[in-house]
Design a protein around this ligand. Structure first.
Ligand code: FE
Ligand code: FE
Ligand code: ZN
Ligand code: FE
Length: 194
């Protein structure tokens, strides 16, 4: 039996997105738009992290989240410095990705009982966030370098390294205790002293 595949008549413009009037014309504008996006994202995180901290049980996870909140506040100040360096006003523009990642984190909280299982979920959600940030700052470093904004590039690289560190800390928290305790489904005696 032969199937007839009906091909839609394709026009050269089909599926192509028409840019808004505010669309970036060059790499500099795309760079600044991305700065505004991550500025919003970092600010949103300062609101989301305390909630994650409050819902975590394992002491080293609580500490990791607390520490990263302090680091995140520093990253916001650093972004303001970067805006200054490149001669732009610090403006936050909603980051749809971070908004979604935070919502997914909330969903994980609702979907788990407090204890090591929820902790494993918090780590999973947090690592998705860190990976998004790592990707974003990696791109921002590259854009800044290409644009000859060396000072901004080096500041962005500092943040990139902090995000990578946070990711490693979360991985360690997961492998040291949480995932194994979660495997037992044991959230009553989660002894974390090592
Ligand atoms: Fe960050
Ligand atoms: Fe984004
Ligand atoms: Zn974003
Ligand atoms: Fe981070």
């Amino acid at each position: 039996m032969e199937k007839t595949i009906v091909k839609k008549e394709s026009s050269p413009t089909l599926g192509k997105v028409k840019p808004k009037s505010t669309a970036a014309h060059g790499l500099r504008e795309l760079f600044v738009d991305s700065l505004k996006d991550i500025y919003w994202a970092e600010k949103a995180l300062t609101k989301a992290l305390p909630k994650m901290e409050k819902n975590a049980t394992t002491p080293n996870l609580i500490k990791a989240i607390k520490d990263h909140l302090t680091v995140t506040e520093g990253q916001i100040t650093r972004l303001e410095e970067i805006f200054d360096l490149v001669g732009e006003k610090a403006v936050a523009k909603k980051c749809e990705a971070m908004d979604g990642l935070i919502k997914e984190g909330d969903e994980i909280l609702e979907g788990t009982e407090p204890g090591v299982v929820r902790d494993a979920g918090i780590i999973a959600a947090s690592q998705k966030i860190e990976h998004y940030e790592i990707a974003t700052y990696g791109t921002l470093v590259a854009f800044a370098s290409t644009l000859g904004e060396t000072e901004a590039a080096s500041l962005l690289e500092q943040t990139l390294n902090e995000e990578k560190e946070a990711d490693v800390t979360l991985t360690e928290a997961a492998y040291n205790t949480i995932n194994f305790d979660a495997l037992d489904g044991d959230d009553t005696d989660n002894d974390t002293e090592k």
